[in-house]
Design a protein around this ligand. Structure first.
Ligand SMILES: [Zn+2]
Length: 161
């Protein structure tokens, strides 16, 4: 598990308030990204141009910044999508700890299933999901709790049905 800087993106319709003091009608949706510009300073910008929405003050948390974005448009199109760098990231792939920091879950944070035909006695062995890991990261495919790796779990369902 390693700490990452998450950002959140969503699309909105029709800026209002400080983002549109002239009250102009905007036909196209606006992409908005909430990101931590400095520690504890969440800022809004366009993920297309990287231009910061300087009309709006920085917020102390991602939640507050997302709320601020929603308050400055008439409509949000779809949910906020978490991003790691330029790539969308699934909620199952990270955790947010009590300190408010986001951590990427890595292969070693899950249990896996040994690839078929592999000897379990090897120190490092291939997994169903295509990794090579020490034996302590393996779940028993025949008994006990299922693997927490979702790729291994899905592959195991295919193998056993
Ligand atoms: Zn796996």
């Amino acid at each position: 598990m390693r700490q990452i800087r998450l950002a959140y993106r969503a699309q909105f319709r029709q800026p209002t308030g400080a983002l549109n003091p002239m009250g102009l009608k905007l036909a196209i949706p606006v992409d908005v990204e909430v990101f931590e510009a400095k520690i504890g300073q969440w800022t809004l910008r366009s993920p297309v141009t990287n231009a910061v929405f300087t009309e709006l003050p920085a917020c102390a948390s991602a939640t507050e910044a997302r709320r601020q974005a929603a308050a400055n448009f008439t409509e949000q199109i779809g949910d906020w999508q978490p991003f790691h760098g330029c790539e969308p990231i699934l909620p199952a792939d990270f955790v947010i700890k009590d300190d408010g920091k986001a951590y990427l879950l890595e292969a070693e944070d899950f249990t896996h299933i040994l690839a078929p035909g592999q000897a379990a006695s090897r120190k490092d062995a291939p997994t169903l999901c295509g990794r090579t890991l020490p034996h302590r990261y393996f779940a028993n495919r025949d008994q006990g709790p299922p693997p927490t790796c979702r790729i291994c779990a899905a592959q195991l369902r295919v193998l056993t049905t």
